[in-house]
Design a protein around this ligand. Structure first.
Ligand code: ADP
Ligand code: MG
Length: 727
């Protein structure tokens, strides 16, 4: 009966590393081979077209239709050399993944034959029949029109035989239906606001870029073993399964030697990523068995987001080649660490200055302090919203689960920077008024030491300062990190604008520039103090403390989504021109709906497995035990038989109790689901799923996992944790 399980586990154990397909040791030679980057633009486009396109990319000037034809021609010529036959607009709808609809270059030539065509107009804009993408009611299904429009700032690339054109996805009426459009707006907002603030310090800054370096964590399981776990296949996580005797207690996996099968996978993945211009750099084992990490070098934020989306798709493809299944779910296994996607974020000027790196002069350090404090203010004012940007049905399992940041957003600065801010805060007015110069010369030059102190880390902080950047660690491994980047960059943009208003007001009143900046910063340091936390974010005391400090401590995912519609959030998004109230409302509808669907699917798979796998197996085993008890009675004196079968009788009783509990509670779960399904409002429905359906999973699972421990291993059909996690 469980032959299948044994067969796949045995087969997995015998597997050797698959041959590395893309073996390549000269990574520099293949870098961006599959990207229409500047070098290829130069080679394949007429000079004027090249110049015009670069202007579009660097300065956002609108793309002229005439030029678009030339660009499309050049792209086609290049793509044909690499065997490309199709093209697609590649976009990031609110499903969280990417979408593409491939068209071949083939077209009628008007003379009864066909030709291969790729015109400027299809490069620039497409009108996918996109009525079935989530849109939160912005576009009802009768008005199916949505547009995809080329984002020239992210280069066109090739996947297999298809030319992929990164695009934004907007409705007929102009509302964004994706992640890229608001991200681009947020990046523009923070660029503008940061440039204005940089001008206090130097005139030569004309652009500020947001940078993003992601650390992608993931699990690998053997594909054949995973295939017989319907929960993994359908929900991306195990809904049941008792912990293995040995999991991560010995900490022997983290940074350990990487298994050979996995190394082969990583090599292929890395070469394919590098061919797509993704600068992958770091690979290592993570904490949990079967868990790994991949980190590219940081890039401009919009590009880094696209690259991460491509990377996640590539991981799936390459894993299949190597007989693996990649799990991007935040918590695929109970009891071992989950996966995140740390978003290392910073701002940098077009003059080459990283704004979160302490400088060498007092003025550079004042600028550094300005950006740090304003970022803290933004995180403080929008801590609930930042949490909303990273929460999801899947990431909710990871947050606060003792290896990931809690569901409270706070910021860790490290000892030196904290002391620096404390000094700034405690300086009394007279000290600042009389000795701004002194304050500058006393305090600020000490900042560079922070750079040296790399040991000053706090793994438990969701938003930690790490020397020249902030690391937003709460982001989930499966997420499109654009969601977090939209909120963070918008919030910082709003805050920088506020800062400029406040400083300008003081300057207008006669205060000198440096003095004005310090004075405003000092007020901010006081105000945002509640968001600074240097202690253990995993502790229960922190939860109480955070509550006292007035930080958002909500843990229910559907209620956390409310933050997007809080007046302060709507005001913020509208003031920086990133999203309108209407867009926010529509997007929240999608969030609630997605949440409900995810829990609904899990509940179905869960009920199915409980009733069709677990209970029948447990009863079969129980029947064997009953048979044994009977037969013992037949061959032994009654008293001896009773004595010797006492253990089995206890197990028989235990199985009855547990299976009864499971059956009754699955029925209860189905009832709760039915009730929730009748609710009209997406928000209320999501809340009902969260409050009445999901809590039953844990209770039922408890009994299933206990049964796994007592039922004959040969009968158990679902591969166990020890079999899934050891590759
Ligand atoms: P860790 O010690 O946290 O593992 P790494 O040095 O491996 O950190 O870097 C993690 C990520 O942070 C990488 O993607 C790296 O390129 C990125 N990173 C480094 N500096 C910056 C910066 N100034 N801005 C944004 N990302 C950065
Ligand atoms: Mg890191």
């Amino acid at each position: 009966m469980s032959d299948l399980r044994f067969r796949v586990v045995e087969k997995a154990a015998a597997k050797k590393p698959a041959a590395v397909k893309c073996a390549e040791t000269h990574l520099d030679k293949v870098f961006a081979k599959h990207v229409f980057d500047r070098e290829k633009m130069f080679r394949y486009l007429p000079k004027e077209t090249y110049d015009a396109l670069i202007d579009v990319i660097d300065h956002g000037t609108p793309l002229d239709r005439g030029i678009a034809d030339e660009v499309a021609n050049g792209m086609k010529a290049w793509a044909k050399e690499l065997g490309v036959t199709h093209y697609t607009h590649w976009f990031q709808p609110l499903t969280g993944g990417t979408a593409e609809k491939h068209e071949s270059f083939i077209d009628y030539n008007g003379k009864g034959g066909v030709l291969e065509a790729f015109e400027g107009k299809v490069l620039i804009q497409q009108e996918p029949d996109a009525s079935s993408f989530p849109n939160g009611g912005i576009r009802n299904t009768f008005e199916a029109r949505g547009y995809t429009a080329w984002d020239a700032s992210s280069p066109v690339f090739i996947m297999d035989d298809t030319l992929c054109i990164p695009t934004i996805f907007i409705s007929y009426t102009g509302e964004s239906l994706d992640y890229k459009a608001p991200l681009l707006r947020a990046l523009r907002a923070v660029d503008k606001a940061a440039v204005d603030v940089c001008r206090y310090f130097s005139d030569d800054v004309s652009h500020v870029n947001a940078f993003l370096g992601i650390e992608q964590e993931y699990f690998l399981v053997d594909a054949d073993v995973a295939a017989v776990r319907p929960d993994l296949m359908q929900t991306g996580r195990t809904l049941m399964g008792h912990a293995a005797a040995k999991n991560q207690q010995l900490d022997d996996h983290y940074f350990g030697s990487i298994p050979q099968r996995v190394v082969a996978f990583m090599k292929d993945l890395e070469v394919r990523a590098i061919e797509l211009g993704i600068p992958v750099k770091t690979r290592h084992n993570e904490v949990a068995p079967g868990q790994f990490e991949l980190a590219p070098i940081y890039e401009e934020c919009n590009l880094a987001v696209d690259h991460n989306m491509i990377l996640m798709a590539l991981m799936d493809i390459v894993a299949a080649d190597h007989g693996f299944r990649v799990l991007l779910h935040e918590k695929p296994f109970k009891g071992v660490n989950g996966s995140g996607k740390h978003c290392n974020w910073s701002l940098g000027t077009d003059t080459g200055v990283l704004l979160y790196a302490p400088g060498k002069t007092p003025d550079a350090n004042l600028r550094f302090l300005t950006f740090v404090v304003n970022t803290l203010m933004a995180v403080y004012r929008h801590n609930g919203l930042l949490k909303a940007s990273i929460i999801s049905a899947t990431n909710a399992h990871r947050l606060g689960a003792n290896e990931a940041p809690p569901a409270i957003i706070s910021s860790f600065l490290g000892k030196q920077l904290s002391q620096m801010l404390d000094r700034l805060e405690s300086a009394d007015d007279s000290a600042l008024a009389s000795g701004a110069k002194k304050a500058v010369s006393l305090d600020i030059p000490q900042i560079p030491e922070i750079m040296l102190d790399n040991t000053d880390r706090n793994r438990t902080s969701p938003f930690a300062f790490t020397g020249n950047r902030f690391e937003f660690r709460a982001v989930g491994s499966s997420a499109n990190c654009a969601a977090a980047m939209i909120v963070l960059n918008s919030a910082v943009a709003e805050q920088l604008r506020q800062f400029k208003t406040d400083v300008d007001a003081l300057i207008a009143g006669g205060t000198d520039r440096q003095q004005a900046i310090l004075q405003v910063l000092r007020e901010y340091v006081r105000e945002c103090k509640p968001v600074r936390f240097e202690g253990n974010g995993y502790s229960d005391e922190w939860k109480e403390e955070a509550m006292r400090r007035g930080l958002d401590c909500e843990t229910s995912c559907p209620l956390i989504f409310d933050q997007y519609l809080a007046p302060a959030s709507v005001r913020m998004f509208e003031s920086v021109g990133v999203m309108t109230a209407k867009e926010l409302e529509a997007r929240n509808e999608v969030k609630w709906e997605t949440y409900t669907k995810k829990i609904q699917i899990e509940a179905r798979v869960f009920g199915d497995l409980a009733l069709n796998h677990i209970v029948p197996i447990a009863i079969e085993y129980q029947t064997r035990l009953i048979d044994n008890v009977y037969k013992m009675q037949a061959i032994m004196p009654a008293e001896q038989a009773a004595q010797l079968s006492a253990e089995n009788r206890a197990i028989i009783a235990q199985i009855s109790e547990r299976t009864a509990f499971i059956t009754q509670n699955v029925a209860k779960m189905i009832e709760a689901r039915k009730r929730a399904n009748t609710i009209e409002s997406e928000r209320e429905k999501a809340i009902a799923y969260h409050d009445t359906v999901e809590p039953l999973f844990g209770e039922i699972r408890y009994h299933i996992d206990k049964l796994e421990l007592i039922v004959d291993d040969r009968l158990w059909t679902l591969p166990k944790y020890r079999e899934l996690l050891n590759i």
